[in-house]
Design a protein. Structure first.
Length: 93
């Protein structure tokens, strides 16, 4: 997973991946090349936070060692529950 060799167009493609429905271990490809694998899916209904943690190697592989991971990418999706963080306004009329 090397971010240095990515074009602006590649970065836009990566950002668009945040809106897909991935599961842990899913391979993420950009332009036919493996960008990384989904290591964690974040979906917090209280805050609406949605994200994918991407690592270079498949976290479902037998030899996967979290302690050896040196690079991660985080793909954030727009919040879907932010409206529930605040109390509804009271109707004073």
């Amino acid at each position: 997973m090397c971010m240095e060799n990515l074009s602006e167009e590649d970065l836009i493609r990566i950002a668009a991946k945040a809106y897909k429905n991935y599961k842990k271990g899913r391979k993420i490809k950009i332009n036919g090349k493996t960008f990384g694998y989904v290591a964690k899916v974040v979906n917090d209904p209280k805050t609406g936070e949605q994200a994918y943690i991407i690592v270079p190697n498949n976290p479902k592989a037998k030899n996967y060692d979290l302690k050896k991971v040196k690079n991660v990418a985080v793909l954030y999706c727009g919040s879907t529950g932010a409206d529930k963080l605040f109390k509804k306004e009271k109707n004073w009329s």
